[in-house]
Design a protein around this ligand. Sequence first.
Ligand code: NIG
Ligand code: FE
Length: 431
Amino acid sequence: MLIHSATQLLTIAGGPQRGRDLGNLGMIEDGAVLVRDEKIIEIGSTPEMRAKHPNEPTLDASGSVLMPGFVDPHTHLIWGGDRAKEFEMRLEGAKYLDILAAGGGIISTVRETRKASIESLLAQARPRLMRMFSTGTTTAEAKTGYGLQTATELRLLKALLALDDEGPLELAITFLGAHAIAPEFTLSGAGKDDPQGYTDLVSETMLPLVKEWWETHAPRHENLPFVDIFCETSAFDLAQSRQVLETAKELGFPLKIHADEFDNLGGASLAAELGAVSADHLVKTSDEDIAVLANSETVAVSLPCTPFGLAEPDYTPAQKMLDAGVILALATDCNPGTAWNESMQFVLALACRSMKLTPAQAIVAATINSAYAIRREDKIGSLEPGKQADMLILSVPDYRQLGYRFGTNLVKKVIKCGRVYSVDMGYYQTA
Ligand code: NIG
Ligand code: FE
């Protein structure tokens, strides 16, 4: 198939873009892409490609931007219930970390999730995936973390593997057993006051078990899942985060961390020290932490929907990070507590306003850099020969409409592994 006549073809070729190099779109005007099966074969200008491939079936992208699918490198995808009531409580003055410390917040979603069957969890997650896919996300990271006990955490892993198999959106799976202290280990959850006990359970029991479970249940996955932890006041302190992540690293898991969302405990520097793939949130990150990140391959994943969702004033200090030479990526953080949003287009719109990214910078942060944040930059995140044919045809001819516009869907067609899905009428189907 030859996709041709794209007003602007954004290749974003050349690998992840660090610091002030961010924003190189590799644009070809009147561009064309030759796709065979799942892969991109060749890229060039429309006249040249049409002349070379006269008998190829065609797909007309005139009047459109043609670009890589969005990669969303931080979502909590799978949970039971909702927290609309807590949203209302926060608007009336309650604070997120206080609600958590009182046994609500993440723990109220844990209660709902533990009660839910795998069928119910799958049924709740699928519409979220459909909204992600129809707004242009072709690969997403997805975390466990609302079980906080071995059996439920394994059920969540199983559900995520099933959703990845169903497709069309692909998932990069993360084990977040250390999302909060399980209620059995806190007084507010009516257990004993023993956060260290839960930390030991995660590092000594759950991690080796998850490794063994994964190796038997996910044979088609080359790598172990990521291991993530919420390093924060009222969750895991820096020493506990180090304990869990060091154990995970010894077992061979790639690492991620939630750091500096509300308080700076030093999680970003810990991530860089341990060679974590990414450090996420990074709102209260210090200049020293930024310098450490800049000297590492750890991707800074900014989640602007979270301060927006919490109506908090502070966002990731992205301009300082770019000045220092950090690799910056963007994600939704889609979750029931702080940021229930599936659309990367909305993330771009927020990033442009709250962090003063240009549309070009935001697009790169949401494609090749976010692919690097799940270490899939060799397969997805840009349009280059040999890469997977994951692409978007937008309903607009100028890439700057991304970021500029918000609240509606600018994606007309999603191409996933070479298959074309029409999404512009609010539903999707195979074309
Ligand atoms: O990334 N901060 C920890 N985890 C989520 C929130 C989860 C929740 O509130 O349910 C986040 O914001
Ligand atoms: Fe998160």
